[in-house]
Design a protein around this ligand. Structure first.
Ligand SMILES: *Cc1c(COP(=O)(O)O)cnc(C)c1O
Length: 353
């Protein structure tokens, strides 16, 4: 830290991303990336011509990408904001809608970026505890009179609440923005984009990172009432008008349009998730009913940290959080069937004395 750093920033804690190992080849199940490559249509558009066009700035309006997203979800382009990863949509939404007056609430166990943004932007926040079984009690968020952000399905638990509960939360907080982070929704169901037509205070945030195999492209989007989107654009045009680079823009359009490939990968991951849950339970693990592309599991005979360490020694990287209520768990990304079989085989060895 330099002696020049603003005092406001000096005490902040930052988000810790999952490790991207460089030295050794791991079966990488720690950051919820897709085990499959991007759509062949993506590989096709990232050609020489597109590379040559890099001398030009990208379209600051992101018109073609917005149109592809709007078409897929049956909304208008004025209802779509696109961002450099969905993290940027979340960041801009915190910046745009949260302040001293409009604090925010979110679960005590959820995506680690929410408290980071709240502190960075000086937003008063409250963490509402999940129930003992890690499920979220929707009633806790009704009529809270503050902004709300909920990941649904939640991370790292993988647990989801039904759409009609989301609607009640949105309806009961008409003077506040309810942000639903649907990073994992494609592995669960339809999500609540359709509700954005009915409620002007609902912002749905999604990403190309998990279910569209483009984590490296950094692409996310937010869907909501045109006035909310306009507010996000105001932040973007005050910070970084060219937030989506040309290659990612082209890749995103191709990925969004290749609906068959998207569905094939998603279905395969959901199938593999079911296999993984079944096998982990057979080995005695306590596994949540994950609706995401990861599972969240603990074992009665071994600590979460020990399982993490032993898997790592065996060349398998998962995510362990040394946090109060979930230190016994590991979050394991659903990989290919072969990767999951290997992980189960290794776990069997670890757990057999
Ligand atoms: C992965 C993730 C994101 C962010 O994804 P981006 O790669 O920035 O699009 C947002 N929210 C949750 C809950 C996530 O798990």
């Amino acid at each position: 830290m330099s002696r020049f750093l603003s005092e406001r920033l000096a005490g902040l804690s930052v988000y810790t991303p999952g490790e991207q190992p460089k030295n050794r080849k791991y079966i990488k199940l720690n950051t919820n990336e897709s085990p499959y490559p991007p759509s062949p249509a993506v590989l096709e558009v990232l050609n020489r011509g597109e590379a040559e066009a890099l001398r030009l700035y990208p379209d600051p309006e992101c018109g073609a990408l917005k149109a592809a997203i709007a078409k897929e979800y049956g909304v208008g382009t004025e209802n779509v904001f696109v961002s450099n990863g969905s993290d940027e949509s979340l960041s801009f939404a915190f910046m745009a809608f949260c302040d001293e007056r409009h604090g925010i609430v979110f679960p005590d166990i959820t995506y680690g970026f929410y408290p980071v943004y709240a502190k960075l932007y000086g937003v008063p926040y409250e963490e509402i505890p999940l129930r003992a079984d890690l499920t979220l009690a929707p009633a806790d968020y009704m009529s809270v009179g503050r902004n709300v952000v909920i990941a649904n399905p939640n991370a790292p638990t993988g647990l989801a609440i039904p759409e009609d509960e989301i609607e009640k939360i949105v309806r009961s907080n008409p003077d506040h923005v309810v942000m639903i982070d649907e990073a994992y929704v494609d592995f669960h169901g339809e999500g609540c984009i359709s509700l954005t037509r009915k409620y002007s205070n609902l912002l749905v945030i999604r990403t190309f990172s998990k279910s569209r195999q483009l984590a490296g492209a950094r692409l996310g989007y937010a869907i909501g009432d045109a006035a909310l989107i306009e507010d996000l654009e105001r932040i973007k045009f005050s910070t970084n008008p060219y937030n989506i680079n040309r290659l990612s823009m082209a890749a995103g359009i191709a990925a969004m349009e290749d609906r068959d490939y998207f569905k094939t990968c998603r279905d395969e991951i959901v199938r593999t998730r079911k296999y993984t849950v079944r096998e982990l339970r057979r080995l005695g693990f306590d596994v949540t009913d994950s609706r995401a592309n990861f599972v969240f599991a603990k074992h009665p005979c071994m600590s979460g940290e020990e399982i993490y360490t032993k898997l790592r020694e065996a060349g398998i990287l998962v995510r362990h959080f040394s946090l109060p209520r979930i230190a016994d768990y590991n979050r394991i990304t659903v990989g290919t069937p072969a990767e999951m079989e290997e992980m189960i085989r290794v776990l069997e060895g670890i757990l057999t004395p």
